[in-house]
Design a protein around this ligand. Structure first.
Ligand code: PEP
Ligand code: MG
Length: 876
């Protein structure tokens, strides 16, 4: 039998979402349960994939099926395509498996031509409307289906308005619009070399192709990458007969939600306009009425509308977002879908639906997108102000939240103005660890370079600070302390606003409002915790972050990066002294200075975590990151250290590495200089003993060795740790267990995980480095070319954000199996950025990991993602 590529609405149902797209499946479902829906048909997602496979053509077999469906639709509606008396007009809309609002193309009023326009004028008793629709259709078709520049059409409209001295489009008379239509058709001929297609079937085929093509427009590709949508899915196309809400005072059109999408209140929420078409509601020329008013204007329609809305919500067991049109007293539903809602609304609706007995707790847990929780934890822009604001530039949405403040171009300036009580935004080409204090002081961070795992992005997410990264549109002039974009200059001290959730940059101040964590959030997260098996820890290096993470539900620290503590103003001199030491003695002297400070850091963290497990990692980054680069700073340091400038400078030069990320870092440092490991072990164990004594917590320190690639390397460092730790514990005469484990972040470590496990009490996958080393591209530089990969569909997503399950994931699976094979009780976790990405969390759950660790502000998200993974794929 011939494969079916086209389904009438009456032939599908809600379970066919993958084939018919979300919109198509819902139109079919509504038709089945007796909701009045203007009839039509859906061309499947498979037809879209086939269109691409066949070299961007629609084959005869599918054309035939479309024509048959069209005939059926004509019969059902009693209207005819291209007819002068009773013309069938259709809308042609995209509809993928998941909704991608505004990303793909739509064509309305298709079927209009020189004849049918007269029919529409007659039927609506509104000639002006008919010709206005026709000129809009010509423009939309030419732009969307034929790729003509829509400005050419807009110019004509402006010309005619100028000629007649009109201010608004609404000033155009019927005769003017007829002239517009003629001129539009002339342009079409000029540009296309043929006349505007009068045959509605031809119009339809071209439009269907255009919708298929729009699946791969740049907007859609970017949207897919940000929302985990596969390019292989394709879009369906819905061809639906148009109904008219502008046929007098018993007609109208509107949109409504079954519950309030802003706060979740259980009340119908919507707007409509009498005697209008959908576009008028959107265009904002007339102010729509609240839906309650319909009760007075068209009571019968209102009652029917309310009962259908209730029926739809009960049927889909979720809040619905509906579009409706009333044509001469007859109500139609054009679309329904699960309504988009704010995070607070999502939580209230989920909890309410459980209390109303509609959903089980597990079903409710699946209704909220983990990523949505983010917005609950950060300040947000005042909605009303945001509505009116236009962005000046757009970068990567690197760390969510809203920020508004005065711009400064150096960390020092940001810090000093912050200390004076100003709200500041730090603007940098890219950030480095030296900028940390400016970053802490800033409300938001804007960088020109760098991707989603650049230093700025990772640190900002860790701190929960809003960050827009990689905003190449702005040109920073550090010397003149300004940036320019689109010819406008923004000077030091000027206000800008950043939206870290969209990447938008605004050239003025927008009011922000503090996050509100309502009771529903707590109830919902408790359900998530009761459900999940995967534990959730946090990456935190300060007591402040640790406390924040505990408030967000972290069960421990999975990664404490000790190097972040070394950048503080009071420590960096000692750190630098240690690095440029010429011999062990000098190094030990510098380490002596660091010991008490490190111990205090760890005491603070152990106290903040109140006995929860804490994994502390040894010094990891390449040493040059700590060294001064400016002549002045080098001079200052040489004076502090009592050595000559030349000597210090030559030491610094000798530390230069061509590829520092693959250089002298991680455990390699402690193999060369075991005294560093000695100091860090001492600081950790002494801190643990002190807090155990003071607070009575049963602390089991977890010491983690980074960047291991060989068992003996781990053993070498571990031997030092064990020697020092045992010595201290014996001296103190106290009982304390401790664990020594390793990061798995070098492919060789994954490949030899069975050997490595013999020396390790636990593994923690460092998927940032593991991704970098497996792909062989730098986590700091890949952002520069990965965009080309997305545009050319070579990669669909950023492997530094979403785990590459086929490649890096295989190493994770393999190392877990090998490791546990060698050591049954091996604890396995992950502490790379992927620990806070929902689809990656699902993968770690499925792989049987014990925990994920992520930045504090992603902890609630990971808890929910872990619960959803357990519901979808239960494990013991
Ligand atoms: C990693 O590599 O995944 C990791 C957590 O360590 P870092 O990001 O500090 O290199
Ligand atoms: Mg690493």
């Amino acid at each position: 039998m011939e494969k079916k590529y086209v389904y009438l609405f009456s032939e599908g149902n809600a379970s066919m979402r993958n084939l018919l797209g979300g919109k198509g499946a819902n139109l079919a479902e509504m038709t089945n349960i007796g909701i009045p829906v203007p009839q039509g048909f859906t061309i499947t997602t498979e037809a879209c994939t086939k269109y691409y496979e066949d070299g961007e053509i629609i084959v005869d077999e599918i054309i035939q099926q479309i024509n048959n469906a069209l005939k059926n639709t004509e019969e059902i509606t009693g209207k005819k395509f291209g007819d002068k008396q009773n013309p069938l007009l259709v809308s042609v809309r995209s509809g993928a498996r998941v909704s991608m609002p505004g990303m793909m193309d739509t064509i309305l009023n298709l079927g209009l031509n020189d004849e049918s326009v007269k029919g529409v004028a007659e039927l609506t008793q509104n000639e002006r409307f008919a010709y206005d629709s026709y000129r809009r259709f010509i423009q939309m078709f030419s732009d969307v289906a034929m790729g003509l520049d829509k400005r050419k059409f807009e110019n004509i409209l402006d010309e005619i308005k100028d000629e007649k001295n009109y201010e608004y489009d609404t000033d155009l008379t019927t005769d003017d619009l007829k002239e517009v239509v003629e001129r539009y058709k002339e342009i079409y001929v000029k540009e296309m070399g043929s006349s505007f297609p009068q045959d509605p079937k031809e119009q339809l085929m071209e439009s269907v192709k255009a919708v298929f093509r729009s699946w791969n427009n740049p907007r859609a590709i970017v949207y897919r990458r940000l929302n985990d949508i596969s390019s292989s899915w394709g879009t369906a196309v819905n061809v639906q007969s148009m109904v008219f809400g502008n046929m007098g005072n018993t007609s109208g059109t509107g949109v409504a939600f079954t519950r309030n999408p802003a706060n979740g209140k259980n009340e119908i929420f919507g707007e409509y306009l009498i005697n209008a078409q959908g576009e008028d509601v959107v265009a904002g020329i007339r102010t729509p009425q609240p839906i309650s008013k319909l009760k007075e204007e068209l009571p019968k329609c209102f009652d029917e509308f309310m009962s259908i809305a209730k029926k739809l919500e009960a049927h889909y067991r979720d809040m619905q977002d509906m579009e409706f049109t009333i044509e001469q007293g007859k109500l139609y539903f054009l679309q329904t879908r699960n309504g988009k809602r704010t995070a607070p609304a999502a939580l209230k609706i989920a909890v309410d639906l459980v209390e109303e007995g509609v959903l089980t707790k597990k079903e409710a847990l699946l209704k909220v997108e983990p990523k949505q929780l983010d917005s609950l934890l950060h300040p947000a822009f005042d909605e009303n102000e945001l509505k009116k604001a236009n962005p000046i530039a757009k970068g990567l949405p690197a760390s969510p939240g809203a920020a508004c403040g005065r711009i400064y171009f150096t960390a020092q300036e940001a810090k000093s103005h912050h200390e004076k009580g100003e709200k500041v935004i730090l603007v940098r080409l890219e950030t480095s660890p030296e900028d940390i204090e400016g970053m802490v002081a800033a409300e938001g961070i804007l960088t020109v370079r760098g991707g989603m795992t650049s230093h700025a992005a990772v640190v900002a997410r860790g701190m929960g600070t809003c960050c827009v990264a990689g905003c190449g549109e702005i040109k920073v002039n550090e010397e003149e302390r300004k940036f320019t974009v689109n010819g406008n200059a923004y000077q030091e001290g000027d206000y800008i606003s950043l939206d870290g959730s969209t990447g938008n940059v605004y050239g003025f101040a927008i009011k922000t409002v503090a996050p509100e964590i309502t009771g529903y959030f707590g109830i919902f997260m408790k359900w998530a915790d009761e459900t999940r098996k995967l534990k959730v820890r946090t990456n935190a290096d300060t007591p402040r972050d640790a406390e924040q993470a505990v408030r967000f539900g972290a069960e421990g620290i999975g990664l404490c990066r000790t190097e972040h503590m070394f950048f503080n103003e009071d420590r960096i001199p000692a750190v630098r002294e240690m690095i440029v030491s010429e011999n062990e003695e000098q190094r030990r002297k510098a380490l002596e200075k660091l010991l008490p400070m490190q111990r205090e850091d760890f005491i603070g963290i152990y106290k903040a975590m109140e006995g929860r497990p804490v994994t502390i990692r040894f010094l990891d980054p390449p040493l040059h990151e700590f060294l001064p680069t400016e002549e002045e700073d080098i001079k200052e340091l040489s004076e502090e250290m009592g050595i000559s400038y030349e000597e210090l400078n030559s030491t610094i030069q000798s530390l230069h590495e061509f590829n520092p990320m693959m250089g002298h870092r991680g455990c390699r440092l402690t193999v060369s200089y075991p005294e560093i490991a000695e100091m860090q072990t001492r600081a950790i164990i002494e801190a643990a003993i002190s807090v155990k004594k003071e607070k009575g917590y049963d602390i089991v320190p977890e010491i983690m060795i980074p960047l291991v690639g060989e068992r003996k390397e781990l053993k070498y460092v571990k031997d030092t740790v064990v020697r020092i730790a045992d010595e201290i514990i014996a001296d103190e005469g106290i009982h304390m267990d401790y664990k020594v484990g390793t990061m798995i972040e070098i492919p060789r470590a994954a490949l030899t995980a069975d050997e490595i496990a013999k020396e390790a009490d636990f593994f923690s996958f460092g998927t940032n480095d593991l991704t970098q080393m497996t792909f062989g591209f730098s986590r700091d530089d890949a952002g520069k070319f990965l965009n080309d990969y997305y545009e050319r569909s070579v990669y669909e997503f950023d492997p530094f954000q979403k785990l590459d399950q086929n490649g890096v994931g295989k190493l994770v699976e393999m190392a877990t199996t090998l490791g546990r094979g060698a050591r049954k009780d091996l604890k396995v976790g992950i502490c790379g950025e992927h620990g806070g990405d929902p689809s990656s969390v699902e993968f770690f759950h499925n792989t049987g990991l014990d925990y994920v660790s992520c930045s504090p502000f992603r902890v609630p998200l990971a808890r929910l993602a872990a619960a959803q993974s357990q519901i979808n794929n239960p494990r013991k």
